[in-house]
Design a protein. Structure first.
Length: 354
């Protein structure tokens, strides 16, 4: 083609450019258009290879004509490219404006301990400071450990005090943590300071303050010259520390075959502040600490020299203490798996149950 034809071709190519550019819907589409026009094999780009076919004296202006067109087209593509960039930036600004940093975020589920566990840990810390070790015994016990070793032989009427879940293998679900007294005496001998938190089971009618599953912390101190005042002093210290203030207590005689004498240490009902409510059975007092001096038969069964040693034992009602501490009116809340009891036990006790 001669120079005139070339100029016509260039004009035709250029005339189409604005239309195809405005049809391009994305930066990628723009890039492929660019190479389709200006690339080596593109409609305009491929003309460069034809320069050599022109007479020597024309090659200069042929080259200039092609390059000038190339520059103009490049300018148009660049302009369109900037339009895309501006649109993207505007979209980002819109997204940033739509984000409101004052809105509450998505809630993050948080773990919390069960009220009984919380009080258990607290009691463990208090006793560890007093030189006690923390022991554990099995929930499935032998009849011997749960009863006989604790001075409750087969014929003893006290077996009826604790309605028992008997298992088909002849063992029992322990009715109290007291079997750990016997286990610890055999394991450590005297002198001895242990506590044993754990789950206990009784086959009894469920009400606001009784459930078939509950927690106790057994305590046992064996040493020389131990007597009831040591026990009472320790009980008061324990309750005051857990409740974080001076707790009103009363001491009554109590009967348990494995202690002599036996006592009941009651605390002021924190739900009604001693006035009387369903939780304390209108008495204003809650039985939290049955206790006493370890019966000599129990010491002997544990291999302890009763000439040298005496000891006290208690069976802290951990579930009841947790109810008092967190204002939970009904023991059943603690075994339902209701997660609200974990987050705010006081609210659950106050709102759902009064
Ligand atoms: N084991 C008794 C009960 O569960 C409580 C207790 C423990 C009493 C230790 C005295 C001494 O009822």
């Amino acid at each position: 083609m001669d120079f005139d034809e070339l100029q016509n071709t260039i004009r035709t190519i250029e005339a189409k450019v604005p239309g195809v550019l405005s049809d391009a819907g994305s930066i990628d589409a723009l890039r492929s258009l660019e190479s389709g026009i200006l690339g080596k094999k593109g409609s305009l780009g491929s003309l460069i290879a034809t320069i050599g076919r022109y007479p020597q004296d024309q090659r200069g202006k042929v080259g200039q004509a092609i390059n000038a067109a190339k520059g103009r087209i490049k300018g148009l593509i660049e302009k369109r490219f900037k339009e895309f960039q501006a649109a993207d930036a505007a979209e980002e600004v819109d997204a940033a404006a739509a984000f409101d940093p004052t809105l509450p975020g998505d809630p993050i589920p948080m773990g919390a301990v069960h009220p009984v566990t919380a009080v258990q840990w607290e009691v463990e810390r208090i006793f560890e400071r007093l030189g006690f070790t923390v022991e554990a015994g099995p929930a499935m016990e032998t009849e011997y450990n749960n009863f006989d070793a604790l001075n409750i032989p087969d014929t003893h009427p006290a077996r009826d005090m604790q309605d028992t879940f008997w298992l088909t293998n002849g063992m029992v679900l322990r009715t109290h943590t007291s079997p750990v007294q016997h286990r610890s005496m055999l394991k450590f001998g005297a002198p001895l300071r242990v506590i044993a938190p754990g789950q206990c089971f009784r086959y009894e009618t469920v009400d606001a303050s009784h459930d078939t599953t509950f927690y106790q912390i057994e305590g046992l101190l064996i040493d020389r010259d131990i007597s009831i005042p040591n026990l009472i002093a320790m009980a008061k210290l324990l309750l005051n520390e857990v409740m974080q203030r001076e707790v009103k207590v009363r001491v009554r005689p109590g009967y348990f075959p494995f202690v002599e004498p036996g006592i009941e240490i009651d605390m002021n009902c924190e739900i009604c502040d001693g006035v009387g409510c369903a939780t304390c059975k209108q008495s204003g007092w809650v039985e939290v600490l049955p206790a006493g001096m370890v019966h000599p038969s129990v010491l002997k069964a544990g291999g302890i020299d009763t000439e040298q040693y005496t000891g006290f034992a208690f069976g802290l009602g951990l579930t009841r203490l947790a109810m008092m501490k967190y204002g939970i009116r009904d023991i059943r809340v603690l075994n339902t798996g209701d997660l609200r009891a974990l987050v705010s036990p006081r609210r659950l006790g106050g709102v759902l149950l009064c």
